[in-house]
Design a protein around this ligand. Structure first.
Ligand code: 13P
Ligand code: SF4
Length: 302
């Protein structure tokens, strides 16, 4: 189907199903353009609490759609393709959490929302990259078990001064982990006037070079502070930023770094998802209830 026709059909089905499309900032441009709500993980979780539609088509990876379902158990949440998964979230198992708890029985378990619903059921509180520092600062403990991103764990430890135990020890996002100091050097040579905005999932040595270290939502908030930026995160963020701020220059630190899970979703998947009501996100009630407590605690604390 032609793009124009496809969009027309999506809009028709959206009305018929009383559906909305929520999308993460890393989605393909054509999906960003038709989304009813676009945001970072925290903004999407917050928005999910107040959705009025009956159906949420979630253009993002599985843990984000699960979070929307957990916060909206009575609504239908659809993930347009089952290939939309987060490799980092899949690195953390319940066993990692239980093992860490044995070693540090008094330490709270703080999980990045980039984790499965099952893992969240064992968390005291979840965080996103937008509020991790704030939440950890508020916790009444100087030792924190934190998973699954070792780089965000490093950032949180550095800012809060607390002891942060990463689980698993080498948990990371393969997209952000690939940025190196060579990319920083190249960016500085190519764009003499530019500042660097860096996602906290990047390695510590890349974080060290940043002018700002922020979530994707934070990048949107901080962008007006300068007129040219090199963006160290998934490449589609530059489309999002450039559309919002046509007078500011944004350069992807690496045009070739992208998230396979995010990019697995196409407009056609969204159309088919609305047409066939697939793939419905289900979270077992007992897991959902426990995970919801950890997510709600985050929303209260941040
Ligand atoms: P944000 O919450 O900053 O959008 O990050 C989500 C994510 O998956 C980053 O890789
Ligand atoms: Fe997960 Fe990395 Fe993709 Fe974000 S960019 S969804 S952390 S794999």
């Amino acid at each position: 189907m032609e793009m124009e026709k496809l969009i027309e059909e999506i809009n028709r089905l959206k009305e018929e199903r009383n559906a909305i499309i929520m999308a993460h900032n890393y989605q393909l441009p054509e999906i960003q353009d038709i989304a009813d709500f676009l945001g970072d993980s925290l903004e999407l979780a917050r928005k999910a609490v107040n959705v009025e539609a009956d159906v949420i088509v979630f253009a993002g990876v599985d843990f984000m759609a699960e979070t929307a379902k957990i916060l909206n158990p009575e609504k239908t949440v659809l993930l347009p393709t089952r290939r939309a998964t987060c490799a980092m979230a899949n690195m953390l198992t319940v066993n990692h959490i239980l093992e860490a708890k044995k070693q540090y029985p008094d330490a709270p378990v703080v999980l990045y929302v980039n984790s499965s619903a099952e893992a969240k059921a064992y968390a005291d509180v979840t965080v996103t990259s937008a509020n991790a520092v704030k939440v950890v600062e508020k916790l009444d403990s100087d030792v924190i078990i934190f998973g699954p991103d070792k780089n965000l764990a490093h950032y949180v430890a550095k800012v809060t001064g607390k002891k942060v135990i990463p689980i698993p020890a080498h948990g990371h996002c393969y997209v952000h982990e690939r940025f190196t100091l060579e990319d920083v050097e190249r960016a500085r040579k190519l764009y003499l006037n530019a500042k660097l905005m860096v996602h906290p999932e990047c390695r510590p040595e890349v974080q060290e070079e940043a002018d700002v270290i922020v979530s994707t939502g934070g990048m949107i908030k901080r962008a007006p502070e300068w007129n040219e930026w090199v963006v160290f995160t998934e490449r589609e963020m530059v489309y999002r930023l450039s559309k919002l701020y046509p007078n500011i220059k944004f350069h992807p630190a690496r045009e070739d770094f992208f998230c396979i899970g995010m990019k697995a979703i196409t407009l056609n998947h969204i159309y088919e998802s609305l047409r066939d009501m697939k793939y419905e996100v289900e979270v077992p009630a007992e897991i959902a209830e426990r995970a919801r407590k950890a997510i709600e605690r985050m929303l209260e604390m941040s």
